[in-house]
Write a protein that binds this ligand. Structure first.
Ligand SMILES: Cc1cc2nc3c(=O)[nH]c(=O)nc-3n(C[C@H](O)[C@H](O)[C@H](O)COP(=O)(O)OP(=O)(O)OC[C@H]3O[C@@H](n4cnc5c(N)ncnc54)[C@H](O)[C@@H]3O)c2cc1C
Length: 474
């Protein structure tokens, strides 16, 4: 048998095969919870090279961990065994010119989301995926996790934004499904299957993405409300009132604002009055004729008359708009800088957000009295990042933290929601899936995995546990 490491380094060259200190930046996940040292990091420059890497690894029984920007929050993009390589797409960054007639663009999987936004600017087009990690997250990783972000309720998740896909299968074959059409029902929706597959079915190498005309007009407001019930009531009104013009409806709490103001420089609180909850509202339209300021202004007036809105401000400049957004987007960073944290990615039907937060708070107080709750997220689709800091001056004890996370996940399930809204399962949520999803659902996923990857070498231990995989595959 060939020496696989020799074959990989010969095939990929000095810049394409990293080991030792050079591999260091790829080895641990964003939250520094996962990652053992693998055999090395492969950095191919194109689809054919990816296929070659997969074939060499398959022959030698080496596991493959696809990695994009490594900003995933469930530990799925790093190795959990030594007999593995990380396959980084970071050198596959080509962006073809967009097709304005078909509103689509062909990109390689390693393109960083912010670079795509920048490339589209001068064409008057947008790719409507926005999230706090957009300066690092890459297209393949966004597809891998089926990312959502702040505009998902208007434009969909990643699965809705991928028209065509190219992937290297677990056998090292190239599947070319690069069709630039929305309507393609020639059998199972393979492009959608890869969305959210977290590197377990194959390696995404290129994608044709859906584009939209850039909005010509925007209206942005930040409002303070008294509690989560008021936030939900006002959010519901806004969704009816601003309807198709609504492009973001984000919420965060007073505790989250306090953490941001405490830990991050250059941010001032922009309203006169503090509330318990804040809503960031953005409307956008493709025509300058749409009276967005009036729509938003009259909605704010209604909110004040109803006693739902305590205070609010419309952004009067691009700088002010960016400032409002920074308050929202720095929520994870503010909490990270505060110290230990427990992150959750919950989704409930949007009308039940307040109920979830209230019931969740009771569970928190029962299991870890004094735990500090920092819920923030996406009001329009019910996605709550129900993140927790330990009681002041304290840490988290692993048993209690696990019991609390399990209870919060179970609550979301009971309320008709999900414990894995937009970050995937990765390695960190498999136990929850085994606990809370039906045996039928788990077995279907295991069977699917076995069909795509019979040797079990594509990101083993992600989505499907290694023990379940062993039982089914052998
Ligand atoms: C500050 C911050 C804010 C965030 N906000 C949001 C948010 O609002 N919404 C949201 O949805 N997520 C959010 N995330 C999570 C994260 O950014 C997303 O999950 C993102 O999609 C990950 O992209 P990535 O390129 O970093 O993927 P990685 O972390 O590199 O990989 C994620 C998963 O995809 C797989 N993968 C990577 N590339 C490929 C490929 N080419 N083919 C097949 N599989 C692949 C990996 O194996 C892994 O399982 C946030 C993260 C941070 C740190």
């Amino acid at each position: 048998m060939i020496d696989p490491i020799g074959a990989l380094s010969a095939r990929l060259g000095e810049r394409g095969w990293l080991s030792g200190d050079d591999a260091e930046p790829y080895l641990r996940d964003w939250l520094n919870r996962y990652g053992v040292v693998p055999m090395g990091v492969a950095r191919p420059t194109g689809t054919a090279e990816v296929a070659n890497v997969v074939k060499i690894c398959r022959e030698a029984g080496i596991a493959i961990i696809p990695q994009g920007g490594n900003t995933g929050l469930c530990g799925g993009a790093v190795a959990q065994q030594e007999n593995a390589i990380i396959l980084s797409l970071s050198r596959m960054t080509a962006i073809e010119p967009p097709d304005p007639d078909s509103l689509s663009i062909l990109v390689e999987a390693g393109v960083v989301l912010a670079s795509l936004h920048e490339a589209l600017q001068r064409h008057g087009l947008i790719f409507p995926m926005h999230l706090g990690a957009e300066g690092s997250a890459r297209i393949g990783g966004l597809i891998g996790t089926n990312a959502g972000g702040s505009q998902a309720f208007r434009y969909g998740l990643m699965q809705d934004l991928v028209l065509g896909l190219e992937a290297v299968t677990a056998d090292g074959e190239i599947w070319n499904g690069l069709r630039a059409v929305q309507k393609d029902n020639a059998g199972y929706q393979l492009r959608k299957l890869f969305s959210g597959s977290e590197g377990t079915l194959g390696v995404v190498t290129r994608a044709i993405l859906r584009l939209f005309p850039a909005p010509k007009k925007r209206a942005t407001a930040l409002v303070a409300v008294a509690d989560f019930e008021a936030a939900v009531a006002f959010g519901t009104f806004l969704r009816h009132e601003a309807a198709e013009f609504m492009s973001a409806l984000e919420f965060f709490s007073e505790f989250g604002v306090a953490l941001v103001l405490k830990h991050l420089a250059g941010i001032a609180f922009p309203l006169e009055t503090r509330g318990a909850v804040y809503i960031l509202i953005e409307l956008a339209a493709g025509s300058v004729c749409v009276p967005l300021d009036e729509i938003l202004g009259s909605a704010l007036e209604w909110g004040m008359e109803q006693g739902l809105v305590i205070d609010g401000a419309l952004a009067m400049s691009e700088g002010q708009r960016a400032h409002f957004w920074r308050l929202r987007e720095e929520q994870p960073e503010g909490q990270r800088l505060e110290g230990a944290q427990l992150k959750h990615d919950i989704c409930v039907p949007p009308g039940k957000i307040a109920q979830y937060i209230e019931n969740g708070a009771k569970i928190c107080e029962f299991i870890i009295p004094g735990v500090r709750i920092n819920p923030f997220g996406h009001l329009a689709d019910g996605n709550i990042h129900y993140n927790l800091s330990p009681p002041e001056g304290d840490g988290f004890m692993i048993e209690k933290a696990t019991a609390l996370s399990n209870a919060l996940a179970a609550l979301a399930t009971e309320m008709g929601g999900s414990f894995a809204a937009e970050h995937g399962l990765g390695r960190s949520k498999i136990a929850l899936a085994e606990l809370l999803r039906s045996p039928v659902e788990r077995q279907l996923m295991t069977t699917l995995k076995a069909a795509f990857d019979p040797a079990g070498l594509m990101n083993p231990g992600v989505i499907v546990s290694s023990s379940r995989q062993r039982k089914t595959f052998r």
